[in-house]
Design a protein around this ligand. Structure first.
Ligand code: NAP
Length: 239
């Protein structure tokens, strides 16, 4: 057994969470209770603490684009990404904010909501070709639309298109349905997992919800940080 941190003391989080600059990098940022629950009272917010919220903001600041599922957008009431004081100078020389890229088949959104009307970086919608044509037309008026796959979003093709737009540091904020497919497609390079000292029980999902992952990614523990009774684990793909 080893101590969690070989060198105790404060850490520079922006340095610790910097993405590799020489390649495309897809990070997921998730929180779970000790029993693996990914929701408390139907949302993720009740699982985290102030340090988790800080990290949530920081990883947004480090990203070129933030991928998120439509259910999370609806349940958590997502608006566009806004600059945060946690960012410090991490966006120096880059656009002020990363866009959200929302995964949806139904395109069941209020396109007059701030997510679409007040986004400093125009919101991107990731959807398959089978999306309803009228909703697709409405989406195109208020968002950049990426169509990939026929009946179901092809995550590999969608990520390729995001990368082609210059988004090389991709952050996935879930939810579990989306993250399950990102991992199944072999796209995940890093999982940042906040482990919350809560036992939730009941029927929440785990942080991946979907069919088995055909080839589990080969991850190694890049670091483990602690704040109060919370652990902040960073697992990265073995190089
Ligand atoms: N613990 C955590 O870190 C964490 C993080 C995020 C969210 N959450 C929680 O997890 C819950 C939401 O997660 P979730 O797993 O239910 O949903 P989700 O992954 O946020 O979103 C699922 C939605 O994404 C769209 N979608 C997913 N796969 C698709 C595909 N292949 N093609 C086209 N569209 C696709 C569909 O949208 P349409 O319905 O529009 O077609 C689907 O309903 C909430 O309770 C939230 O609070 C927890």
């Amino acid at each position: 057994m080893r101590a969690l941190t070989p060198e105790p003391g404060d850490v520079d989080l922006a340095e610790r969470y910097a993405c590799p600059s020489d390649r495309v990098w897809l990070r997921a940022q998730m929180v779970a209770g000790l029993d693996g629950a990914a929701q408390r009272d139907g949302r993720s917010g009740g699982l985290g603490n102030a340090a988790d919220r800080h990290l949530f903001q920081l990883t947004r600041g480090l990203a070129d684009v933030v991928i998120v599922g439509a259910s999370t957008v609806r349940v958590e009431g997502y608006g566009p990404v806004e600059p945060a004081e946690e960012w410090g100078d991490v966006r120096a020389g880059r656009p002020p904010v990363p866009p959200l890229a929302v995964v949806s088949r139904s395109l069941d959104f209020d396109f007059d909501a701030p997510l679409f009307t007040e986004a400093e970086a125009r919101t991107i919608v990731l959807t398959p070709a089978s999306a309803d044509p009228a909703r697709l037309a409405a989406a195109r008026e208020r968002a950049d639309v990426i169509v990939a796959g026929t009946d179901s979003l092809d995550f590999t093709a969608a990520v390729e298109q995001l990368v082609a737009r210059g988004h090389r540091r991709l952050l996935c904020e879930g939810g579990p349905t989306v993250l399950g497919q990102v991992v199944a497609a072999g796209l995940l390079d890093e999982l940042c997992l906040t482990l919350s000292p809560l036992l939730i029980g009941g029927a929440p999902t785990r942080i991946l919800d979907g069919p088995p992952v055909p080839v589990p990614p080969d991850l190694t523990l890049a670091h483990a940080l602690r704040e109060d009774d919370y652990l902040f684990l960073r697992y990265a793909r073995k190089q």
